[in-house]
Design a protein around this ligand. Structure first.
Ligand SMILES: [Zn+2]
Length: 259
């Protein structure tokens, strides 16, 4: 079973710990884990008690919890989306979270590291930004080769961009045999653009998704960076700053919940 698809309800037996999510209708608080991030750590919905009627309600944010005790692992000062908590769990994976809470509390450096990480997660969540990003999303590549079809008057009537000369030559031969010259097309030429071109890669460390055309058949490159940013935004990419953009999946997982 995919660990991300499973949902588990755990009893929280430790009354001295602060539960991540509690139900008010029983003697023991209940913690619901919607995703097992790493062994011993899960992600649970963040609930807040309504002082007016005493009911626990979902805040829209999430907590990272020790599944053995239901205790929150990170001090969080704003509603946090799933992405930063998955990242935080990976950063804490060098501790053995399958151990009991009492043992973990006595582990040297654990509480200090969790507190510092909670501060980082809170700051990143407020900006809708991953904890770890690459320095830039921009990737530069040499100018493309262009196979151009021209009609009987010499006007270009179509073309194909290729990343290298070998592909351009093969494309020209293929087009020539498929379309046939002397009919609608008078000539096929191969030329090269002048400017270096740019592609975009998701800036979340370890993601690496590259911007593709909306049909998903080819990576998109152009010499005009502004044009590429507009195209990426149309496909759901989110710009963090001049150098960094998030792919649609990361944009959703890291979207700020701060209102
Ligand atoms: Zn991504």
């Amino acid at each position: 079973m995919d660990q991300h698809d499973s949902a588990t309800t755990l009893k929280c037996p430790a009354p001295h710990t602060r539960p991540a999510a509690t139900a008010s209708n029983g003697s023991d608080p209940v913690v619901t884990v919607v995703e097992h991030a790493i062994p011993g750590l899960g992600i649970s919905p963040q609930l807040r008690k309504d002082l007016a009627d005493g009911a626990w309600r979902f805040t829209g944010g999430w907590n990272l919890v020790h599944t053995g005790s239901g205790r929150c692992v990170l001090p969080l000062f704003t509603p946090v989306n799933l992405g930063p908590l998955r990242e935080a769990a990976a950063l804490l994976a060098h501790f053995d979270w399958t151990l009991p809470a009492e043992v973990l509390r006595a582990t040297p450096g654990l509480q200090e590291e969790a507190y510092a990480l909670g501060t980082r997660v809170t700051a990143a969540a407020a900006y809708g930004c991953p904890l770890n990003t690459t320095e830039t999303s921009w990737m530069v590549q040499p100018p493309s080769w262009h196979v151009t079809l021209t009609d009987l008057t010499g006007e270009p009537v179509g073309g194909v961009f290729c990343s290298n000369y070998g592909d351009a030559e093969a494309t020209a031969v293929e087009l020539g045999s498929y379309e046939g010259l002397g009919g609608a097309f008078a000539d096929i030429t191969i030329s090269r653009e002048n400017d270096h071109e740019w592609r975009l890669r998701c800036c979340r460390y370890d993601c690496g998704v590259v911007l593709e055309s909306d049909e998903g058949v080819a990576q998109v490159s152009t010499a005009d960076r502004d044009q590429l940013v507009v195209y990426a935004a149309d496909l759901g990419w989110r710009q963090l700053d001049d150098r960094r953009l998030l792919c649609p999946a990361c944009s959703t997982a890291y979207q700020s919940l701060h209102t």
